[in-house]
Design a protein around this ligand. Structure first.
Ligand SMILES: Cc1cc2nc3c(=O)[nH]c(=O)nc-3n(C[C@H](O)[C@H](O)[C@H](O)COP(=O)(O)OP(=O)(O)OC[C@H]3O[C@@H](n4cnc5c(N)ncnc54)[C@H](O)[C@@H]3O)c2cc1C
Length: 564
């Protein structure tokens, strides 16, 4: 396994500029405030305000505050995550305190999952979901982004056009402990030189992921590199033009300046608890929502920006009728597969030894999040029954339909679901969790495709390499169970792959669908942008943090160029 921490380049001119700004603007104090009460009363007006200090919010705040002329406020509902041991140590991922760093959302009973409700974890705290995620890093297929460009009518979303932003967020670190990882990645797509191969893919992040490949992680030197650690480290926190406000909930965004034909939204309302008094901050330039796929639509809907009928049902005054807010959520769906294997002589490492290794030089089992080191990305053959019956939902011939992970408990993940879900308000209280319906397995394509995916996984394990190791498939087996039995079983075990996206999707400026335009500005409004996974117009055939970093870096340049 190889790892890649996220990059924050240090500009050589920067120190000088910081000093100058500091002398000229004594009121602007860079600081991390742990509560609304701590924030000095005179700090009210900022150039940019970012609501949500998660994966995308950390990138946007960090990049915008590189310009010392911009005074930036970042507001995050959760606490600081710096120095939290379970977050820093990749192998302690299972011990992260979910009651502090996780929103712990739960879905509505899911008809496609036999009526089960399922948990929807989302990170809460500086760095957001990048502090609790599995750290696997993939960018997706070049076809995914080329398709985004088609859907939005904006060629700047093409893979080739995004390449500078793809490279910009990454700092290649190699394997933990300095292990020689030659052959496990393609150095050319990380800034050196090399080439790829189709079946044994030398690098999953070169835009052509189909095949078997080594996993890459957002770790570095045996530690997790969350968005907060990468983009909001100590040297960024020292910037006098950046203010970070923690443990503060964004309740609404407000339009306080009359303007036509678009509403002008640059004010954010916050509170530290449901009964707490509301405080507002106004951005001179822009307000950027980065609350994530659940948080962003919740804030918009609470603000009266959403489907008119839905808002009226709740008695929320309609500020902007934007029917697709919270709609069209896409999620990868996964089924766990079991294999009967010959018992192996495995070395069990004493937890005390593992801890000592990590403390000593950041190596050993705790330097990675788990035992999965390879993944396979697979595309259904065009002649498959399921693709004869349903229009191919993938972005193009270079984009996979499935991801497989291996082990005695493997996993098949459908990356191109047709099912869609939604986020709606439960109450007008912004502190009450919204109604989350992931809609998993509600479209017949998804289950039919999963069947084919499982058959492919079975075929993979019939290869000679597994002889004497894999004894048989433990199911759920579409070739042994009746159609009805298989479907019941699959619906019992299927779950979310933790990648919800698309609840404030971007679309072309002429389209009536979608919520934001291709520069991520909320349609029908000025002063308000969304930058996070909610803007994805279609889920990439990939894990989602990589695409969030790419979108965030791209968005920063849209914002900068608007204010040159
Ligand atoms: C458990 C888990 C495992 C995952 N594993 C992987 C993986 O291995 N690889 C991968 O690529 N992806 C993984 N993902 C997905 C990936 O981490 C996310 O897609 C990505 O981090 C989302 O980024 P974001 O900026 O859209 O949202 P987030 O990072 O979730 O940021 C949203 C931020 O907004 C804040 N917020 C929300 N509402 C408010 C409000 N009202 N006021 C103030 N702040 C608010 C939240 O607290 C949070 O900090 C995983 C996700 C989870 C939850």
């Amino acid at each position: 396994m190889v790892s890649s921490k996220l990059q924050l380049p240090f500009l050589t001119t920067h120190a000088f500029l910081l000093v100058t700004w500091h002398l000229l603007v004594p009121l602007a104090r860079c600081a991390v405030y742990h509560s609304l009460a701590e924030l000095p009363g005179d700090l009210k007006l900022f150039d940019f305000i970012i609501a949500g200090g998660g994966t995308a919010g950390s990138v946007v705040a960090s990049r915008l505050s590189e310009n010392t002329n911009f005074n930036v406020l970042l507001i995050e509902a959760g606490p600081d995550t710096a120095g939290v041991l379970e977050i820093e140590v990749p192998g302690l991922i299972g011990q992260i305190n979910a009651s502090i760093y996780n929103w712990n959302y739960v879905t509505t009973p899911q008809p496609g999952l036999n009526g089960r409700t399922i948990g929807v974890p989302r990170g809460r705290g500086l760095g957001g979901s990048s502090c609790i995620n599995g750290m696997a890093y993939s960018r997706g297929a070049s076809d995914d982004y080329d398709n985004w460009a088609r859907l939005t009518g904006d060629p700047r979303w093409r893979w080739n056009a995004l390449w500078p932003y793809i490279k910009r967020h990454e700092h290649w670190m190699g394997a933990a402990g300095g292990r020689n990882a030659t052959g496990e990645y393609d150095p050319s797509v990380h800034g050196y030189s090399g080439n790829g191969d189709l079946h044994l893919v030398s690098d999953l992040n070169a835009g052509k992921p189909i095949g078997l490949t080594w996993l890459q992680l957002t770790t570095g030197g045996g530690e997790r590199w969350s968005a907060a650690k990468s983009y909001l480290g100590q040297h960024v926190r020292r910037r006098p033009n950046l203010t970070i406000l923690l443990n503060t909930h964004v309740t609404r965004v407000l339009s306080i300046k009359a303007s036509k034909p678009k509403i002008d939204v640059r004010t954010v309302e916050v509170a530290d608890r449901a009964a707490g008094s509301r405080v507002t901050f106004t951005a001179k330039k822009e307000l950027i929502l980065s609350g994530g796929t659940i948080g962003t639509p919740q804030i918009l809907l609470n603000s009266g920006i959403g489907n008119r009928t839905e808002l009226e049902r709740l008695g929320i005054p309609v500020v902007l009728d934007s029917p697709f807010v919270g709609e069209g959520m896409m999620e990868h769906v996964t089924v766990t597969l079991t294999w009967n294997i010959v018992p192996q002589n495995t070395t069990v490492i004493d937890p005390d030894v593992a801890w000592a290794m990590w403390q000593q030089n950041r190596t050993g089992p705790l330097s990675t999040p788990g035992p999965v080191h390879q993944v396979m990305w697979y595309r259904l053959p065009q002649k498959t029954d399921v693709l004869s019956k349903y229009k191919d939902p993938s972005s193009g011939p270079g984009s996979p339909h499935f991801q497989f992970t291996f082990g005695d408990q493997g996993r098949v993940v459908l990356l191109t679901p047709y099912s869609r879900g939604s986020v709606k308000l439960n109450s007008t209280d912004p502190f009450v969790h919204p109604i989350i319906d992931q809609g998993l397995l509600t479209h017949p394509f998804d289950l039919a495709a999963l069947k084919e995916g499982i058959r492919t996984a079975k075929k993979f394990y019939t290869g000679p390499a597994w002889e004497g190791y894999v004894l048989g498939f433990g199911g759920p087996d579409p070739d042994v169970l009746s159609t009805e039995e298989f479907e019941t079983r699959a619906r019992e075990v299927a779950r979310t792959f933790l990648h919800p996206v698309g609840t404030a999707a971007m679309s072309s400026k002429h389209s009536k669908r979608g919520v934001v335009d291709s520069e991520l500005r909320v349609k029908g409004a000025t002063g308000l942008r969304v930058v996070d996974a909610s803007v994805f117009p279609l889920t990439p055939a990939s894990l989602t943090q990589g695409p969030v970093y790419i979108v965030s870096e791209r968005a920063v340049d849209f914002i900068r160029h608007s204010w040159l």
